[in-house]
Design a protein around this ligand. Structure first.
Ligand code: NAD
Length: 266
């Protein structure tokens, strides 16, 4: 049986993916900073019948000792870690760059960028010993160089996550590690993320124009997880990139939006 660890998997996209991995027979490892959501997620997962294990850890991806604990305790139970997904991520308050407070700037970069780097660095050591394993990093706004006022600190961090992923995949090849590294590009997901900054921080109020765009381009995390988890399980190469909201799909959504009424905000 294979093992998957997903950071930030107590809710949203991370949880939607982990549920599918359980349905497909994987040992699943929940990890999140939010203890209450983690317990609820574990209870929900237990209702899905499977002989595979469910492990659960309160882990802040900015804390090395907590990530190390998650890795060591998982290995005691499962012997290997086959797939690791760096999914934990937070949004920013809707502010121009010069108004973002320093503590918000620090925390966002700590989680979205440094958390991904730190987890990758620690799990690489395990996967190199195994001579196999796959790491996937979740991209977001900014990864493709797009700019939206009020989202630029988040965008900067996700642009850097993309560069980091390319660099890690390159080093994995160059140094013949046997580890595959790839990107997951989910598009717009209707989750807590779009409503709150810094995880469970301040509410972000969405104006009507933004809601309209999200209604056209957005999807539930379950829909996107369904697509991504199959791609991840079938992946056989380094440097893979799985994109849900392609330019073609986005254009089609806009063209057909008059006939395809959706409202995620009722
Ligand atoms: N929602 C979107 O539109 C969207 C679009 C593109 C990319 N993404 C990315 O997808 C990923 C998942 O987002 P989501 O929409 O499911 O959001 P979400 O808020 O529903 O889930 C994120 C999870 O990460 C956890 N988390 C926050 N800080 C953490 C920390 N320091 N350590 C460990 N866990 C932490 C939260 O508690 C939460 O359970 C993020 O990386 C996000 O940037 C989201």
């Amino acid at each position: 049986m294979k093992t998957v660890v997903i950071t930030g998997s107590a809710r949203g996209f991370g949880y939607a993916m982990i549920e599918l991995f359980r349905k497909k027979g994987f040992h699943v490892v929940l990890s999140d900073i939010n203890q209450k959501a983690l317990q609820e997620a574990e209870e929900k997962l237990k209702k899905i019948p499977s002989k595979a294990k469910i492990l659960s850890f309160v882990t802040d991806v900015t804390k090395e000792e907590e990530i190390q604990h998650l890795i060591e305790e998982t290995l005691k139970e499962t012997n290997t870690i086959d797939i690791w997904i760096n999914n934990a991520g937070v949004n920013q308050p809707n502010l121009p760059i010069w108004d973002v407070p320093k503590d918000v700037l620090d925390r966002l970069l700590e989680i979205d960028l440094k958390g991904t780097i730190l987890c990758s660095k620690l799990i690489m050591k395990v996967m190199m010993k195994q001579h196999y394993g796959q790491i996937f990093n979740v991209e977001g706004h900014g990864s493709n160089d797009a700019v939206i006022t009020g989202l630029s600190i988040y965008g900067t961090s996700k642009r850097a996550v993309s560069y980091f992923t390319d660099a890690l995949a390159h080093e994995c090849d160059d140094l013949k590690t046997g580890v595959y590294v790839g990107k997951i590009t989910p598009g717009i997901m209707i989750t807590n993320f779009i409503h709150t900054s810094l995880g469970d921080g301040e509410t972000i109020s969405l104006d009507e124009k933004t809601k309209k765009v999200y209604n056209i381009l957005g999807d539930t995390p379950e829909t996107i997880a369904e697509y991504m988890v199959d791609k991840i399980i079938q992946n056989k190469k380094n440097h893979a990139k799985f994109t849900w909201l392609t330019n073609r799909k986005a254009a089609w959504r806009f063209i057909t939006s008059a006939f395809r009424k959706r409202n995620f905000f009722e």
